[in-house]
Design a protein around this ligand. Sequence first.
Ligand code: EPZ
Length: 416
Amino acid sequence: MEKFLIHGGRPLHGRIAVSGAKNAALPAMAAALLTGEPVRLENVPRVRDIRTMARLLGTIGAEVDAAGGRHTIRCGEIRSPEAPYELVKTMRASSLVLGPLVARAGRARVSLPGGCAIGARPINLHLQGLEKLGARIRQEHGYIEAEAPNGLRGGEVRFERITVTGTEDLLMAAVLAEGDTVLENAAREPEVADLAALLVRMGARIEGAGTGTIRVHGVARLAGATHAIIPDRIEAGTFLLAGAITGGELAITGARADHLAALIDRLREAGAEIKVGEDIEVHGAGRLASVDVTTEEFPGFATDLQAQWMALMTQAHGASTITETIFENRFMHALELARMGADIVIEGRQAVVRGKTPLSGAGVIASDLRASASLVLAGLVAADETVVDRVYHIDRGYEKIEEKLSAVGARIRRVG
Ligand code: EPZ
């Protein structure tokens, strides 16, 4: 299994370019199932989850041509409207094909995802929404079978709680449904708005994406389109934190500050200097102050940056609390950070971090994508060598992170 070897203690200096957003590219790829014409996506990150989605689309009947960050996806015919367990168990976002398959083929068979390292993560809200649009849902042999032989019809869906991929799934179902659909308590994440922008280019009629109420007027068919994926705000945020934790100076290019406002505010409170221009520049503070954060849906502080923030707080002076409200089990990294010398106490959904504690290099194990990023950040300031095991987690969502970090002065390498 591949590992990262990191020698900490060097401030990072230079420029890092951000890749396209994994969590925007995944639904965009699924949206290509809604038409028989080619959908061209640009700025697709070269990460493992994207390759998994390409394989899934291939088993369904799409041709996927990937050249660098450009993907051309053409699904002339849905051969098998199914997401098999083998793929869903490695990537929960596979459930994003559910909405498009029912909308286009009138049926879908999608494996239930099973357990997850960060929380239960059911897809009941996707299913309740599809039922509101007229789909019949049954569960058998670990699979969800959804059917709408006469097509979906518009309806009103009020999500009990905000779900990002649930909103995306329903949006993709609603664009081909007959009549009007209203999605209430919809996710406001930039990735939802980016999906809607692609769908509109394909001929869909959507209003309000990016707000809590999305209105869709169904159309009979969609066409091909070309669309560039938005920059990855979580990758950009991780690099801002890398600059801050090492006390370095980094310019992040190609990121959107309006997608990172909550993080930028907290970083400034902690004492880091952030300049927003064409690039987002971070100048690490000599002395970091402790700042409390609570994860929330967008535009709040992203749960996908919580682990990396925790690494930063181990280097801040004083006690800070981190409250995780989105997932019930997303503190696995705390135990690993503690092995490196951090003082972290977990009580339910809250972590209390007391700093500043010197970190010392240790062997640590990545438990999920963002947890691994937090261990890399900790490794960048730890004394001596940190070995981060199971880096396949980080490869799911960060494009060549070790190369990007090495280019700005980090001593990090991958070993097989
Ligand atoms: C998306 O996951 C992201 N994944 C996650 O990114 C991110 O952490 C999460 O949104 C929250 O921002 C993609 O976009 C591919 P949710 P998603 O449905 O859509 C509960 C990363 O590291 N819920 O918004 O699966 C759920 O259990 C990741 O890139 C239900 O109860 O998350 C959770 O507690 C991991 N029933 C909360 O809602 C449902 O049917 C929010 O989950 C759906 C969700």
